[in-house]
Write a protein that binds this ligand. Structure first.
Ligand SMILES: NC(=O)c1ccc[n+]([C@@H]2O[C@H](COP(=O)([O-])OP(=O)(O)OC[C@H]3O[C@@H](n4cnc5c(N)ncnc54)[C@H](OP(=O)(O)O)[C@@H]3O)[C@@H](O)[C@H]2O)c1
Length: 309
C-alpha cells in the first residue's frame, strides 16, 4: 500500500511516498481503508521533531491522525464493527498514522460515520472536534447563557468550537483577523472580534470561559477577560496556576486522547444540523507536502483534507 512517511525529522522534504506492507491488525483492531484524512498542526510539529522527547516514535513513521474510511478487516475480539462499515476516528497518536491507504486502529477508538457527512467531511472532524468538545464540555463544563471566548475561531479547532458552544446555548465571542470576520459570523459567533484592530480588552466584555488555541501572548491577554471564577482552557501552553489564582480564575491544559464517546457526541450534533466541518482545501496524498506548508502558514480556514482514495 501507499504511505507517506518520514525517515528523519525535518522539513517537508522528509515526507516520502513509500510502498509498504499493509498493516497487520491486533485482536482488538479494525483495518480501515482510508478514504480521507485531514491535516492538523500536530502533523508538522511531529515531522519537525517537536514531540520526539514526549513520544518516542520509531522512524520511518506514517503521519496523520484523522481518518474516515471503510472497515476491511476486524480483529478476533471485535464485535461492534464488520467489513464494509463506514467509520471515522482520531486514532492513538503513538501508532502509525493515516496518510496511507490502510490504517489499523483499536476498535474502541472508532465510531460509525454519520450519513450526513461524506468521507472528506468526516475526516475533518475527529481530532479538532474532540479537542473542541473536551475544552468546552468535559473540562470547561459550558452552560447555556455563559459567555465563551474562542480564540482562532476560523481555525480547525475554533470553527468547530464555535458551533459546539452555540449548540450548548452559550453566547460565543470568537477572534480572527479582518478577512475572517464574516466566516466567524457564518459559523454562528454572536460577536466576531478582529484581533488586528484593537486590544482584546477594549473589544470583549468579561467571559466565563476562554478556549485558548494560541498560547503565548494571546493566553497572557486572556486572563484579564475572565469573570471572577471563570476558566481558561488551553491546548497549546500549560496555563500557570498562580496566574489563574491571581485573577480569581481556574485553568486547565488539555491534550486529547482518542474517544469514541466524543465522536458519537459530535455525530449527534451533525445529525441535528448543529455541526458542519468547513473544508478550505483538499489535496491528494501525493501533495501532502503542499498541505503541510499551507497548515504551517497558520492561516488555515477550517480544515485541509487529504483525499486518499
Ligand atoms: N493539546 C491538544 O490536544 C491539541 C489538539 C488540537 C490542536 N492543538 C493545537 O491547537 C492549535 C490550534 O490548532 P488548529 O488545528 O485550530 O490550528 P489551525 O487550523 O492551523 O489555526 C489556524 C487559525 O489560527 C488563526 N489565528 C492565527 N493567529 C491568530 C491570533 N493571534 N488570534 C486569533 N486567531 C489567530 C488564523 O486565523 P487568522 O488568519 O484570521 O488569524 C487561522 O484561521 C495548534 O497549535 C495545535 O497544535 C492541540
Amino acid at each position: 500500500m501507499r504511505a507517506v512517511r518520514i525517515h528523519q525529522y525535518g522539513g517537508t522534504e522528509t515526507l516520502q511516498l513509500d510502498q509498504i506492507v499493509t498493516p497487520e491488525i491486533n485482536a482488538d483492531d479494525v483495518l480501515i481503508a482510508v478514504k480521507a484524512s485531514s491535516i492538523n498542526p500536530v502533523d508538522w510539529k511531529i515531522r519537525q521533531g517537536y514531540l520526539k522527547d514526549f513520544i518516542p516514535y520509531e522512524l520511518p513513521l506514517t503521519l496523520g491522525w484523522d481518518v474516515a474510511g471503510v472497515v476491511t478487516a476486524v480483529g478476533t475480539e471485535v464485535t461492534d464493527f464488520k467489513v464494509g462499515d463506514e467509520v471515522f476516528s482520531r486514532p492513538d497518536i503513538t501508532r502509525s498514522g493515516t496518510f496511507a491507504d490502510y490504517v489499523a486502529v483499536k476498535a474502541d477508538e472508532v465510531a460509525f460515520k454519520s450519513s450526513k457527512l461524506d468521507f472528506a467531511q468526516a475526516a475533518a472532524l475527529p481530532l479538532a472536534g474532540i479537542t473542541a468538545w473536551e475544552c468546552l464540555v468535559d473540562v470547561g463544563n459550558v452552560q447555556a447563557g455563559q459567555r465563551v471566548l474562542i480564540h482562532a475561531g476560523a481555525g480547525g479547532v475554533g470553527h468547530l468550537a464555535i458551533q459546539i458552544a452555540k449548540a450548548k446555548g452559550a453566547i460565543v465571542i470568537a477572534t480572527a483577523s479582518t478577512k475572517n470576520q464574516t466566516l466567524l459570523v457564518e459559523l454562528g459567533a454572536d460577536q466576531a472580534v478582529d484581533y488586528s484592530q484593537a486590544a482584546l480588552l477594549e473589544q470583549i466584555a468579561p467571559v466565563d470561559l476562554v478556549v485558548d488555541t494560541m498560547g503565548g501572548e494571546v493566553q497572557a491577554q486572556s486572563w484579564a477577560l475572565l469573570k471572577k471564577g471563570g476558566m481558561l482552557v488551553s491546548v497549546v501552553d500549560q496555563p500557570n496556576e498562580e496566574t489563574a489564582k491571581a485573577h480569581d480564575a481556574k485553568c486547565a491544559f488539555v491534550f486529547i486522547q482518542p474517544s469514541r464517546r466524543i465522536l458519537n457526541e459530535l455525530n449527534t450534533l451533525v445529525d441535528n444540523g448543529q455541526l458542519t466541518p468547513f473544508i478550505e482545501n483538499r489535496f491528494p496524498l501525493e501533495q501532502l507536502a503542499d498541505a503541510h506548508l499551507q497548515s504551517q502558514s497558520g492561516r488555515t480556514r477550517g480544515k485541509i483534507v487529504i483525499e486518499v482514495s
